[in-house]
Design a protein around this ligand. Sequence first.
Ligand code: MG
Ligand code: ZN
Length: 376
Amino acid sequence: MKNYIFILVASILMASCTGTKSVTTPPSPPPQPDPVSVGIAKKPRNIILMIGDGMGVTQITAGLYSNNNKLNLERFKVIGFHKPYASNKLITDSAAGATAFACGVKTYNGAIGVDADTNAVKTILEYAEEKELSTGLVATSTIVHATPASFIAHQPQRKMYEAIAKDFLKTEIDLFIGGGKRYFDRREDGDNLIDILKLRGYEMGTYLGDELPEKIDTDKNYAYLTADKDPLTVAAGREYLPKATKLATDFLHTRGKGFFLMVEGSQIDWGGHANDSDYIITEMIDFDKAIGHVLDYAEKDGETLVIVTADHETGGYAINPGSEMGDIKGAFTSDYHTADLVPVFAYGPGAEAFGGIYENTAIFDKMMEAFGWKRD
Ligand code: MG
Ligand code: ZN
């Protein structure tokens, strides 16, 4: 064996000495453009995670074919899938689903920011606060509902809305917009969290006062509660999601520290539970408008990683024969969630990591890696 290797090495050396072509100095590779000079940052300064609750491939398709065959989602070039199952069930709920993104742990259905043993796990929003980035949550459900809650609260059960609202006082989140005012100011314990937030320096707005402004003109933290309980549906006149999303990105951008923002199109899921195709489609198109604002911002900014995904599919939704472009005949196999793989769309610095098929918890890992952070 040794002899053989010696002969092999010797013959290679001889070949290189006697060959007509000199191989002593390999040609140097062409100079690579400096990533900064071509406007591509290696690491994102901001991450915007957008969750269409219950938004499977069919929900996207129905929105697309009902919107002149056009969605902002088509602007993404990196697409993957995640496996949405929970620790205790193949079919996840929004609490376990969002906790997987927020904390990077598989947990049980109903868990809000806690692991399978109900231990609190630090969320990406909490990491961002700790690293002095700005943070925000925007939703079209109550702001204490499972998806937004899992990014800021730690509670063993999703229905503990009043306890979840109180957890908003534990993290100095810069901005939140969503429904659920009653969990802040008409509580069983009698506390008025709106008064407390104001004392802590939040500028507070609610649907009972002025409309959501065009621009947030404050250096304080900002919160706006859009409804007493659940916000309206798009069909009933809700319009705030695209506007609130643009407002949030502009506001967090002007803070100048880098930011983490989660935006949820909450009610795509509710259309699925209701087995109501039109409900799904109107909420899907509304969420896609918000995606458009975020992509416009990210394209201009160049330092923002955008991820769009869902926690799970809802309804076992299908587009049945008889459907036409602009006229979807939807059908359903369930009024609950299904276990389908869930699509993931990514844009911006760090986006390449989101191609492929991976666990839902990997969304957390990939965001942490993009920011260059290690889990405690
Ligand atoms: Mg939700
Ligand atoms: Zn649901």
